[in-house]
Design a protein around this ligand. Structure first.
Ligand SMILES: *Cc1c(COP(=O)(O)O)cnc(C)c1O
Length: 372
């Protein structure tokens, strides 16, 4: 049995007619960039989250950059970023001229370790970017309290956490502003690159909208220099079709995670952690295993694709060698980067697929423990 890591085609087939006609409509109306389809999605997504503003843009990385700029962050400033995340979170900080300062991850939640934030704050620190990694909300109450104490801005990176909740609140509505990616493989994915910025702050919203569209406040009236980061009409139309399904797709992911948990319990491997006050949306189902290379190869031989998120934590990447970080600086992220393993996860997985993955993983682990 073959179990791909993600299967975008399987999802497309469940909504094919709606998607095809939505795309055909955009093309027949030549509403290619921004325009009514991007606007309709902005309104729908803002209403879904219960936030005042949603500004559609080109992708999730742009969205992080533009929001940082809109908050007035730039050269000379420092921004706190978790050590284990996708590179965009840190890249955005560098792109706007500021410096990313890494904070180790918590060993069980994988999100930024709230006990290690304050020691990284300096007079130059201007913001924290909590990432709701793998779909689990970061510890937002504590993060907001620290931010308040030191007068820092908080921008949530929600790229992996559409529909996740923290103490009853949707992620993206807790910080000063939040960034979403609609990259095709995300829990709410477009059919190309797309991103979204959300906030309740009128000033951040106004600036972000200007920056994303060449600094224009009206056609040919440029209040500032901005850039080009707009959402394609086709992406807006696809996302508007998909948004109403997000809840049922999220429930399916959660059901699959529960099944994985049941079948993988008692194997001595670390399973995902979900505090009772959070709703984890399992963008990724991540476990920690010994002999990872051997396990990946054996699963591959059984037709099962897996992923690693991420094989190198940011402080240890060549891209950040200028900081000269050592393993001891981020002991948790360093230790975990050789053990993290992401199992197949998407709404359309079947019970039989999950059972096949768990049975195969169990066999490798038991064989491995015998050979030790
Ligand atoms: C995917 C992702 C992004 C960037 O999104 P793009 O749309 O690919 O630019 C940013 N942060 C995190 C945590 C992500 O997973």
């Amino acid at each position: 049995m073959s179990v791909p890591f993600v299967d975008l085609k399987a999802q497309y087939l469940t909504i094919q007619n709606e998607i095809d006609s939505a795309i055909a409509k955009v093309v027949s109306e030549t509403a290619f960039i921004s325009g009514k389809y991007a606007k309709a999605f902005e309104d729908a997504f803002a209403a879904y989250l219960g936030v005042k503003h949603c500004i559609a843009c080109g992708n999730g990385t742009d969205s992080l950059e533009i929001l940082l700029q809109a908050m007035g962050i730039g050269a000379g400033d420092e921004v706190l970023v978790p050590a284990n995340t996708w590179i965009s979170t840190a890249e955005a900080v560098t792109t706007i001229g500021a410096t990313p300062v890494f904070v180790d991850n918590h060993p069980e939640t994988y999100t930024i370790d709230i006990a290690k934030i304050e020691e990284k704050i300096t007079p130059r620190t201007k913001a924290i970017i909590p990432v709701h990694l793998y779909g689990l909300p970061a510890e937002m109450d504590e993060i907001m309290a620290i931010a308040k104490k030191y007068h820092l801005k908080v921008m949530e990176d929600c790229a992996q956490a559409h529909a996740a909740t923290y103490k009853g609140r949707k992620v993206g509505t807790i910080g000063d502003c939040a960034s979403f990616s609609f990259y095709p493989g995300k829990n709410l994915g477009a059919y190309g690159d797309a991103g979204g910025m959300v906030t309740n702050d009128d000033e951040i919203a106004h600036k972000a909208r200007m920056i994303a569209n060449h600094g224009q406040i009206a056609k040919n009236t440029h209040a500032i220099e901005g850039r080009n980061s707009r959402m394609d009409g086709i992406q807006g139309a696809v996302l508007s079709v998909k948004l109403p399904y997000l809840e049922s797709w999220t429930e399916a992911r959660r059901k699959h995670a529960k099944r994985y948990n049941e079948l993988l319990t008692d194997l001595g491997i670390q399973l995902p952690f979900e505090p009772s006050y959070s709703r984890h949306v399992y963008h990724l189902y991540v476990v920690q295993v010994p002999n990872r290379d051997e396990i990946i190869a054996k699963l591959k031989a059984e037709g099962i694709d897996t992923g690693i998120h991420y094989p190198t934590a940011l402080p240890f990447m060549e891209a950040y060698k200028r900081f000269n970080h050592q393993p001891d600086d981020f002991p948790v992220a360093y230790k975990q980067m050789s053990q993290l393993l992401s199992l197949p996860m998407y709404a359309e997985l079947t019970d039989a697929m999950i059972e096949h993955v768990c049975k195969s993983l169990k066999q490798v682990l038991q064989r491995a423990s015998v050979s030790v």
